[in-house]
Design a protein around this ligand. Structure first.
Ligand code: ZN
Length: 329
């Protein structure tokens, strides 16, 4: 990473609160199930020093009444939104405030997707103009995930409050307020190893690759992540040679699968492949659906031990056995 550019980086720790249709799912706009009603954010410089804050309540235009869940979580009523600005105005100011090189950081993966969905909805309704304001691929930092890598097994996902208690931080502010949650998240980020923050980037998949040349392959420390373009038919995924190909993490050669792709639940696929020079690798495919209903995969590949291979074999045998039992019952 170029150091000159790095100095301009701002970490934008973001938290949103949203409202949903108060009259139930049947009457919601499927293009905007969650309407943002509050943005809270803290800005840190490249050395993780706090250099600014942003906080604004947003008057909803689609769901003007609050859903009872929203009401109970955020402790606001309709009168709190009187005289407040609507999303397009607040978002324009927020973007300016973020600066030219924002690295967005959130607790968990949901907020940036909802932010983009709100931006898309307001563009489609003529309330927002200009070019799409987010990059592609959209890298961000999931502080919940980095916290797990730094303090737990990298897999567990804890609540913000849990992490605050774990790190023995003061609980001076309420949770579930966009600004105080952003503040807590920023304080947690400041306590995480900078190396982990640099290393563990996440990719937002609100926009998935549209064509082969846009497909994403990222090398992390010890594994690779590939995000395919989207297909109209789910069945096309596992017939696609690029999706099912397996490559060595070290030499990038196509390698032979010693345990062929098999599915445990129809959503995930596993395989083991072997490089004659660099040994065994375990690949996993997760099938996902994007905002437009297209099907794509996220494939991760990591080095495998003999125990990993045994575990995969065992899983496959258990599944075979289960299917066999089903056929005979
Ligand atoms: Zn190799």
């Amino acid at each position: 990473m170029a150091t000159g550019k790095n100095k301009d980086v701002n970490y934008i720790i973001l938290d949103l609160e949203w409202n949903q249709c108060p009259y139930g799912k049947k009457r919601e706009d499927p293009k905007l199930p969650f309407e943002i009603i509050e943005i809270g954010a803290v800005k840190l410089d490249a050395s993780f020093r706090e250099i600014g804050t942003f906080h604004e309540t947003i008057r909803p235009v689609l769901y003007r009444r609050l859903h009872y869940m929203t009401r109970s979580v955020i402790h606001m009523t309709e009168t709190d939104f009187e005289g407040k600005r609507t999303f397009p105005y607040v978002f324009a100011d927020f973007l300016l405030w973020c600066g030219p090189c924002p690295v967005f950081c959130t607790w968990g993966p949901g907020d940036l997707t909802e932010l983009q969905r709100n931006v898309r909805w307001h563009i489609d309704h003529g309330n927002l103009t200009g070019r799409w304001p987010f990059p592609f691929p959209f890298f961000y930092r999931d502080v919940q995930k980095i916290f797990s890598y730094a303090h737990e097994d990298g897999k567990k996902r804890r609540s913000l409050e849990w992490a605050v208690e774990y790190l023995m931080m003061d609980k001076t502010e309420e949770f579930h307020d966009a600004f105080s949650d952003a503040r807590y998240t920023a304080k947690i980020l400041q306590k995480l190893p900078p190396e982990d923050i640099r290393l563990y980037s996440s990719i937002d998949t609100y926009h998935t690759p549209e064509k082969r040349s846009e497909e994403i392959l990222v090398r992390y420390n010890g594994y690779t992540k590939y995000i395919s373009k989207a297909f109209e038919q789910r069945e096309a995924l596992m017939k696609d040679r690029v999706i099912t190909s397996t490559r060595c993490l070290m030499c990038d050669q196509k390698i032979h699968r010693t345990i062929r792709w098999f599915s445990d639940n129809g959503r995930n696929y596993l395989c083991i492949a072997q490089c004659p020079e660099h040994g065994l690798f375990r690949s996993k495919i997760r099938v996902r659906q994007n905002a437009e209903g297209g099907w794509y995969v996220v494939k991760t590949t990591r080095k495998a031990t003999l125990e990993d291979v045994e575990a995969v074999k065992k899983k496959q045998e258990t599944l075979r056995h289960r299917r066999h039992v089903h056929r005979n019952s």
